[in-house]
Design a protein around this ligand. Structure first.
Ligand code: SF4
Ligand code: SF4
Length: 215
């Protein structure tokens, strides 16, 4: 799927949406400083699978298009490579913004890919059980539950990664799983406590594209 034309974006306007998203991102996200240069989309390895480029998504947020933004698959296609963050001239915390949008969409049951939240829950469950990721268990469980017909197609890549020792066939448990779980619990508690009720901050609606707009 190619990234959709940003001019197709339509939706109910919520002028407080920018504040809502910023409130979920720890620290100063600088989202409101986006100059729509398109460097992020031009750097993104997942852009071909995204409904909207990151640039378009940030314009939608600033325009208050809450419903359209939360329906976009873009945050769920982000692979957290941070290349856009390194290259953004405004030092915007793009990857953190993607996490924030994923969290809001998942919390409201609006994640556009119904299997993405379950994938995330399985990943977290593995971390809590073993103290580290267990890729084989994650992928096998996920595809058995959601798309068993795709499992054979994943096998060659999995075997290649096993042979190159990039992943292990069996899980490895760290020594102090309980300690790690305590850290995760505390982080979740702090995250919940720090989440402010967003105040309305009017933001000018930006053109979602336009002549010569890159990426
Ligand atoms: S690279 Fe930064 S400033 Fe440019 S469009 Fe992306 S988020 Fe905005
Ligand atoms: S962090 Fe996400 S949005 Fe940014 S370049 Fe990587 S995949 Fe794309």
């Amino acid at each position: 799927m190619m990234a959709a034309s940003s001019s197709q974006v339509r939706g109910r306007v919520d002028p407080g949406f920018l504040d809502e998203v910023c409130a979920v991102i720890p620290g100063n996200s600088r989202l409101e400083t986006c100059i729509q240069c398109g460097t992020c989309g031009g750097s993104c390895p997942s852009i071909a699978d995204m409904d909207h480029t990151p640039r378009a998504l940030f314009a939608m947020i600033r325009a208050g298009l809450r419903d359209d933004t939360l329906a976009s698959n873009t945050p769920f296609m982000c692979v957290s490579c941070y290349l856009c963050v390194v290259r953004c001239p405004q030092e915007i915390r793009i990857t953190d913004a993607m996490y924030a949008l994923k969290a809001i969409a998942t919390r409201e049951g609006r994640a556009p890919r119904a299997t993405a939240p379950d994938f995330s829950r399985t990943f977290v469950a593995n971390i809590r059980r073993y103290g580290r990721s267990f890729e084989v268990g994650l992928v096998v469980r996920h595809y058995l539950h959601h798309d068993v017909l795709r499992l054979p197609a994943m096998a060659p890549m999995g075997i290649e990664m096993l042979l190159r020792r990039r992943i292990g066939l069996l899980p490895h448990r760290i020594r102090d799983v309980q300690g790690l779980c305590a850290v995760l619990d505390e982080a979740a508690r702090l995250d919940e406590a720090a989440r402010p009720v967003p105040a309305t901050r009017a933001a000018p609606a930006l053109a979602l594209g336009g002549e010569g707009a890159p990426a």
